[in-house]
Design a protein around this ligand. Structure first.
Ligand SMILES: C[S@@+](CC[C@H](N)C(=O)[O-])C[C@H]1O[C@@H](n2cnc3c(N)ncnc32)[C@H](O)[C@@H]1O
Length: 299
């Protein structure tokens, strides 16, 4: 009993931390990077000029849809979409416009919800997209609702990956596609029970700054998807395709606009900026893996 209460308190503290982190930092991110709060997808070896980063973020969405086999054919319509961990709604608006879908976004941050609604109204998309504060691990939707279940860089915040994927599968309609794009650690070797202490220590530093409670590997996600009888499970390591992203984020933090914006938003955002070089270190050591996992709920 005491143990359960302790876990609940820890989960609530985590959710509060995530909400406050994004309440504080989303404006700064939007000022500099726009409405997509995720990595870009680049050609390997590319050193993209700053104006190309938005195109790289759009390409990330397109590559993820293509990898998942989401059809562009208007006869196979993607009508209802849930955007789990929606940020300020960049993916929702893009997908709503691309497919004419109705997108429902959830995030822990009330400020993100307000901003997502405002940006969508500016684009005349109020009847196509909707956003609310809700927990991905306890989604406010009935079973079997959505043709596309989309999670772009929110999985790393989830304290319980089994519950996370179970909820994605629960709200998916029969035959629906589930797309998870997320940060993983490397797969363990058959001889290993854990990451090395150095690796764990590096990840812990990143976790503390970005409210990432527990990392897992792509192989762990596959195990979970299999245990839920999901079908067509595919994964890929896209770390090489996202390599220019963090150096570009760091460069943007050192512009006058980036620097003053960071100072304005306070310690949580500054702490996030300070660990950015550790992300590059983690990728270089082949410890952090930028991963896509896609699967389908049985029809
Ligand atoms: C890095 S942002 C990505 C935002 C968006 N998917 C995008 O690509 O622009 C992570 C998002 O996950 C959300 N998030 C984290 N944990 C969550 C949870 N338990 N339930 C709902 N949203 C969550 C955060 O509030 C934030 O909106």
């Amino acid at each position: 009993m005491a143990m359960t209460m302790e876990m609940e308190t820890k989960e609530e503290a985590l959710k509060k931390g995530i909400a406050e982190f994004y309440d504080a930092s989303s404006g700064t991110w939007e000022d500099i990077w726009g409405d997509h709060m995720h990595h870009g997808f680049y050609d390997p070896g590319a050193t993209a000029p700053i104006r190309d980063h938005r195109a790289a973020q759009i390409r990330m969405i397109e590559e993820a849809l293509r990898f998942a086999g989401v059809s562009d054919n208007p006869l196979k319509k993607t009508k209802k979409v849930v955007d789990v961990g929606c940020g300020i709604g960049g993916s929702s608006r893009y997908i709503a416009k691309k497919y004419g879908s109705h997108c429902q976004g959830i995030t822990l941050s009330p400020i993100q919800v307000q901003r997502a609604q405002a940006l969508s109204a500016d684009e005349g998309l109020e009847d196509k997209v909707n956003f609310q504060v809700a927990d991905a691990l306890n989604q406010p939707f009935p079973d079997g609702q959505f043709d596309l279940v989309w999670s772009m860089e929110s999985g790393e915040h989830m304290p319980d990956k089994v519950k996370f994927v179970s909820e994605l599968a629960r709200v998916a309609a029969p035959g629906a596609t589930i797309v998870i794009v997320t940060w993983c650690h490397r797969d363990l070797l058959p001889s290993e029970a854990n990451l090395t202490p150095d690796e764990t220590s590096l990840l812990n530093k990143i976790c503390n700054a970005y409210y990432l409670p527990s990392w897992c590997s792509a192989a762990d996600y596959v195990k979970i998807a299999n245990s839920l009888s999901l079908e067509d499970i595919k994964t890929a390591d896209w770390s090489d395709y996202v390599a220019p992203f963090w150096p570009a984020v760091i460069r943007s933090a050192f512009t006058w606009k980036g620097f003053t914006s960071l100072l304005r938003t306070g310690w949580k955002t500054i702490k996030g900026a300070l660990v950015m070089p550790l992300m590059i270190h983690g990728y270089n050591k082949k410890l952090i893996k930028f991963t896509i996992i896609t699967c389908r709920k049985p029809a």
